[in-house]
Ligand binder design. Sequence first.
Ligand SMILES: NC(=O)c1ccc[n+]([C@@H]2O[C@H](COP(=O)([O-])OP(=O)(O)OC[C@H]3O[C@@H](n4cnc5c(N)ncnc54)[C@H](O)[C@@H]3O)[C@@H](O)[C@H]2O)c1
Length: 341
Amino acid sequence: MGQTILVTGGAGFIGSNLVRYILEHRPDDRVINLDGLTYAGNLESLAEFVDEPRHEFVHCDINDGAKLDEIMPKADVVLHLAAESHVDRSIHDPSLFLNTNIIGTQCMLDSAKRHNIKRFVYVSTDEVYGELPLDDKSQLFTESTPLAPNSPYAVSKTGGDMLARAYHHTYGMNIGITRCSNNFGPYQFPEKVIPLFVNNLIEGKKVPLYGDGRNIRDWLHVLDHCEAICRVLDDGKPGEAYNIGGNNERSNLELTKMLIDLCGRDETFIEHVPDRLGHDMRYAIDATKIRDELGWEPTRSAWPQALEETVQWYKDNLEWSDHVRTGEYRRFMDQNYTNQG
Ligand SMILES: NC(=O)c1ccc[n+]([C@@H]2O[C@H](COP(=O)([O-])OP(=O)(O)OC[C@H]3O[C@@H](n4cnc5c(N)ncnc54)[C@H](O)[C@@H]3O)[C@@H](O)[C@H]2O)c1
């Protein structure tokens, strides 16, 4: 039997891919797409689903409890993604991050509790674990790694993550938590490293690489993440967190060189800029639990092919990038060298 899935942040990068994924792969389900349409939310990312009867968009701030209470009764389950998501912005203005990512999550959980939501999945991040050393590749984040977030963004996500855990423990709510590594794919806001660098390279501009570029991230295709979120929704154990990763560790320098190559430029296009404050060295995920318990494995994330397809998408969708780069985006970019998610 189909259900109504309330997706928050459905006009953002992962959210819009998730809404599309649900509409295409779960024909019995309906989606209520709730988004506050900040600078990072763009309905153009879902243009082909505007008239889709199984897709209803609601313009709403997750901190607006009264409005949430009007929408929540229509939903069976919740996938909560809405958040301020850019680490650099959190370094410039932590307060917005705490308000949206912690208090906003509390508002979502309270409304979901009042309306007896059957299952609530909080989309967290691997950044809650802090960082790993560069020189010992045997170390990976597992679900029992202590949480030790380093940036204001990571702290705000950890607050939401811990609240979700507490609402399960205290009120018995059926909650799942996902902790995923860096996503890549279409419709990512062009402040994040891959679309920013591709757009710069297409436009003949240099790419600002933080520090020496040795920092390592694990990259996962956004649709592999969407599939994992749905597995956790359907079959995850109440109260449990699941790591999600691509087993695809790359240094920022390696990524930059690949993007330069795919865009037909050379290394003179790299501009080394001062490192991000508190820049985490390495993230790497042990995704054994979700593989063994829920049978999930990435199938779309293998590089170079998946990266090539993503770069091609940005080359083919210059108009989308141009439309979403609003005045607010341009002001922030002019004032700060910013490049990583
Ligand atoms: N991008 C990644 O690599 C990654 C990895 C792991 C986890 N995550 C998590 O996944 C979620 C989505 O990330 P993303 O990269 O798609 O972010 P994004 O910035 O592209 O999208 C965020 C969306 O949330 C909406 N939003 C922000 N504040 C809101 C508010 N107060 N009320 C309602 N809507 C609001 C925005 O309008 C936007 O549509 C976030 O919770 C993020 O922490 C992201």
